[in-house]
Unconditional design. Structure first.
Length: 318
């Protein structure tokens, strides 16, 4: 089984993270490739040994993907973030390749489950199901198209996230519009040469401002800025993601992407998703209206003519 010892991270100074991320990820991906090749070329062995080896491969791939996704979001060095995205692409592409590998699938399909306990048999069933959901049983041209779609979806997902991550926006307000905020927060946001204070859509700015700032118009401006991060750039990205997901689902024999995605989740089917949302919405309607009434009552102490509670008022009056 794989060694689950915690990772030893490099010192944060310099470019050590870039080398560490690159080297450790390359080693894990090589180990996954070697493990998969060994499964395909070795003489048939006990089912448990094959499942154990596959578990090691899965851990290696998952570790690389998770490492890349984490550092692409949180590391301050742009070079590390870019490399993390590239490494995530490699891991996901290799996972797709494995899922479409007919020789690899044949190894698992040919296993004798007689000596496996109930949990291990369930694992084997799930592995075989994952292969089938990957499209391993489709014709070669279809498998090639599936690979193209999945690789493209990885890139698009990263592009979508990057646009949001690096799309921080800001509003500029007068110092008196900071009234209501804690003094230490105000001290950390001095006015610029033009006498205005910049408030960004990043959480350390946005959440306190929307919760404590007395100025309703400024709160609304910041909420609008926050809700439009990534717009309009991500609109075309989303449209392409939706189109590719629909095509992928149909190539795999499903009517819609929700049907494909929900099959292995608690909800079970695409149709059940809409039913569940309607059920929750109906159950939440009356309590939500009571909560809004409480907020409106409080709002009218400050603004007697108020007829509704704006989204930008909710955190302030809650």
């Amino acid at each position: 089984m794989s060694d689950l010892t915690p990772l030893s991270l490099p010192e944060p100074e310099g470019r050590a993270y870039l080398a560490w991320l690159t080297d450790t990820s390359a080693a894990a991906l090589d180990a996954a490739r070697t493990g998969a090749d060994r499964l395909k070329t070795a003489a048939p062995g006990p089912a448990w040994d094959v499942l154990s080896a596959w578990n090691d491969i899965d851990i290696a791939l998952g570790g690389v993907a998770a490492r890349g996704e984490l550092f692409s979001e949180v590391h301050p060095d742009p070079a590390v973030r870019e490399q993390a995205d590239a490494i995530s692409q490699q891991a996901r592409s290799l996972a797709t390749q494995f899922g479409l590998d007919t020789e690899l699938y044949a190894v698992f399909a040919g296993l004798d489950a007689a000596d496996l306990d109930a949990d291990s048999r369930r694992l084997l069933e799930r592995v075989l199901r994952s292969f089938r959901r990957s499209g391993v049983a489709t014709a070669e041209p279809t498998r090639a198209r599936i690979k193209e779609i999945r690789d493209r979806l990885t890139v698009l997902g990263q592009q979508f996230a990057k646009t949001i991550r690096e799309g921080t926006r800001a509003i500029r307000v007068r110092p008196e519009q900071l009234a209501g905020l804690p003094q230490d927060w105000i001290d950390a946001h001095p006015a610029d040469e033009q006498g205005l204070v910049s408030i960004t859509t990043d959480y350390p700015d946005a959440l306190p401002f929307r919760t404590f700032a007395h100025d309703a118009a400024a709160r609304r401006d910041l909420l609008v800025a926050s809700l439009t991060v990534g717009y309009p750039d991500n609109v075309a990205v989303l449209h392409e993601i939706f189109a590719l997901r629909a095509e992928l689902a149909q190539l795999l024999g499903y009517a819609t992407w929700p049907d494909y995605d929900a099959e292995v989740k608690m909800i079970g089917s695409g149709e059940a998703i809409a039913t569940f949302i309607d059920k929750i919405a109906d159950a939440a309607d009356a309590p939500a209206r009571r909560d809004v009434a409480v907020l409106l009552e409080r709002l009218r102490r400050d603004h007697p003519d108020a007829e509704r509670v704006e989204s930008s008022d909710a955190a302030y009056y809650a």
